[in-house]
Write a protein that binds this ligand. Structure first.
Ligand SMILES: [Zn+2]
Length: 428
């Protein structure tokens, strides 16, 4: 007797006709034709069941603040940072908590159950950290929130930030952040990378820095981060977010840097939506798009997780909470359209990010948490193409969100009466 049985599912690895049985919130069996009773049975009808989506790069203290106190007119990263600086002194804990928890409702409806959020610690009052620590507890039953102490204004650029970052870690923020390309000089940037990696090593924490989120081909902080990772023995615990300078770098230099990153066991977290929107702003035409070298990284065995970065905040007026939007953009922006490419990009919004964040019990293997998403699509390539309805979102074996299938009624003489977008998969 199981609590839940999902029948006839397709899995991300390409297996079809699989049943998934759940007992006590854990996956108890994954095989075809499970003949057993269950409290609840879900007929997947050959559609895809995936582990939950994971967002390894987000700003939950800024989300849903679009228009406060005004809109970003130029649309640039720098006006976004300036705008955030105007908004920050007016932030209250209550408003931050309300917006973040409301965002998590949307995230869960899209099958997103783990988020790594940077928390700005540039204002030594640390209202943001206090609020997000509270949010972490509120959403714990349905969404794992991992927090990064992030000195948005620059670790060395404002009064009290060095102390505030450590205080945020003392309060329970669990990852060390940074923004070396935003320090005043290349030297200050390199110094910040060293100091922040030392803090992580001393405290036994992970590191995730906004690193070289710039079009400057001569920015060298990715190199510093790889070197300090090795120096402090942080292999496997460090991620560089954005790494957009690598788009513009000289190919010879990149051919040296990529192996250094691989050797350091460093992960990369590109954010395709925001990188496409914010990079190349100083170019006329041709215009660089600033997304880092994802296919080359994957070839080198560098773990790549894709993040959203922003949803409706001073930097980005778009965003839906759907990690499949992110993968969809990546397919185009780095030209990864093959079957194998799409499978790799699906991994980048699920298993890779789970590994980067150190999630335990994640996946569809026996013994994993029974956290799953049933999508109205037949395989992972179709999921990225369609960004389909999340029919069921399941947490520890319980359905916590559901959406009716998308079916259009057609009124055309001699044509079928309905169109199911999932019915167009190759071979159907
Ligand atoms: Zn960010």
């Amino acid at each position: 007797m199981f609590d839940l049985l999902i029948r006839n599912a397709a899995l991300p690895d390409g297996r079809t006709g699989m049943d998934i049985a759940v007992r006590d919130g854990v996956i108890a069996a994954v095989e075809p034709g499970i003949a057993a009773e269950a409290g609840e049975v879900i007929e997947a009808g050959g559609l895809l069941v995936s582990p939950p989506f994971v967002d390894p790069h987000f700003h939950m203290d800024a989300t849903l603040s679009l228009g406060l106190p005004r809109m970003n007119v130029s649309g640039t990263l720098l006006e976004g940072i300036a705008l955030w600086g105007e908004l920050r002194p007016t932030l209250t804990k209550e408003a931050l908590v309300e917006r973040a928890v409301r965002y998590c409702d949307l995230a869960v409806s899209k099958g997103l159950m783990a988020v790594r959020s940077h928390v700005d610690v540039s204002d030594p009052r640390l209202v943001t950290a206090e609020a997000l620590l509270e949010v972490r507890e509120i959403v714990k039953p349905y969404l794992y929130l991992q927090l990064v102490a992030f000195p948005q204004d620059g670790y060395y650029r404002g009064p009290g930030i060095v102390e505030a970052l450590e205080r945020a870690l003392d309060m329970g923020v669990e990852v060390v952040g940074g923004i070396p390309h935003f320090e005043r000089t290349m030297e200050d940037g390199a110094r910040s990378v060293e100091a922040l990696c030392r803090i992580a090593a001393d405290r036994g924490l992970r590191v995730d820095m906004h690193c070289d989120e710039t079009d400057d081909p001569l920015s060298r902080h990715v190199e510093s981060l790889a070197a300090q990772t090795v120096r402090f023995g942080l292999q496997g615990r460090v991620a560089g977010s954005h790494l957009t300078s690598m788009h513009s770098m000289d190919n010879y230099y990149a051919s040296k840097l990529l192996p250094l990153m691989a050797e350091a066991g460093m992960a990369a977290i590109p954010n395709p939506l925001i990188n496409m929107m914010l990079q190349g702003r100083h170019d006329t035409y041709p215009k660089r798009r600033g997304l880092t070298r994802i296919p080359q990284m994957m070839e080198m065995g560098i773990p790549v997780g894709l993040g959203q970065d922003c949803v409706m905040d001073p930097w980005y007026s778009m965003g839906t909470g759907d990690l499949l939007d992110v993968a969809h953009m990546a397919v185009h922006a780095v030209q990864m359209g093959s079957v194998a490419d799409k499978r790799a990009l699906f991994d980048a919004v699920t298993v890779n990010s789970a590994a980067i964040m150190g999630l335990e019990g994640y996946g569809l293997a026996v013994g994993c948490h029974a956290d799953m998403v049933l999508l109205q699509a037949r395989d992972v390539g179709e999921a990225i193409r369609l960004r389909p309805v999340r029919l069921k979102v399941i947490r520890r074996g319980r359905v916590i969100a559901e959406t009716a299938p998308e079916v259009s009624v057609l009124r055309l003489d001699g044509r079928p009466g309905e169109v199911d977008p999932a019915g167009y998969a190759p071979g159907n």
